[in-house]
Design a protein. Structure first.
Length: 122
């Protein structure tokens, strides 16, 4: 399995609540509708939560680390061969998701990468 990890920062004009509501509702439905054509095997949203002061304590512990991401999207694919390609339906579905991502994600501040998992526990 190949996993795409996308660390999300919300657009600066959105609150965390607005971001999470849009991502979990509107965008999640769009991904689910396009999962087959994009050959997504699994899609998980990890929403950042905070207890008062916890993130500030973690940042201080790490010597002033940057603000946490607003969330992480994880998408699993069977292989690199199933990602991208010249299939017009896949290209259209990917373009539609990117168009929607621009509505709630600060894309230049949201890194993404492909990786293989190495499970240590579990």
């Amino acid at each position: 399995m190949i996993k795409l990890t996308f660390c999300l920062r919300r657009r600066p004009d959105m609150t965390q609540e607005e971001f999470q509501r849009y991502w979990r509702g509107t965008h999640a439905a769009l991904v689910a509708e396009r999962a087959d054509v994009l050959r997504i095997q699994r899609y998980v949203q990890v929403h950042t939560t905070d207890l008062p002061g916890l993130h500030k304590s973690l940042q201080a512990r790490n010597g002033g680390a940057p603000e946490p991401y607003d969330g992480i999207a994880e998408l699993w694919f069977n292989s690199f061969d199933e990602i991208g390609g010249n299939d017009p339906a896949r290209q259209q579905a990917a373009a539609e998701l990117l168009e929607d991502e621009r509505k709630f994600i600060d894309l230049p501040k949201s890194p993404m990468w492909f990786a293989k998992e190495h499970v240590v526990v579990g």
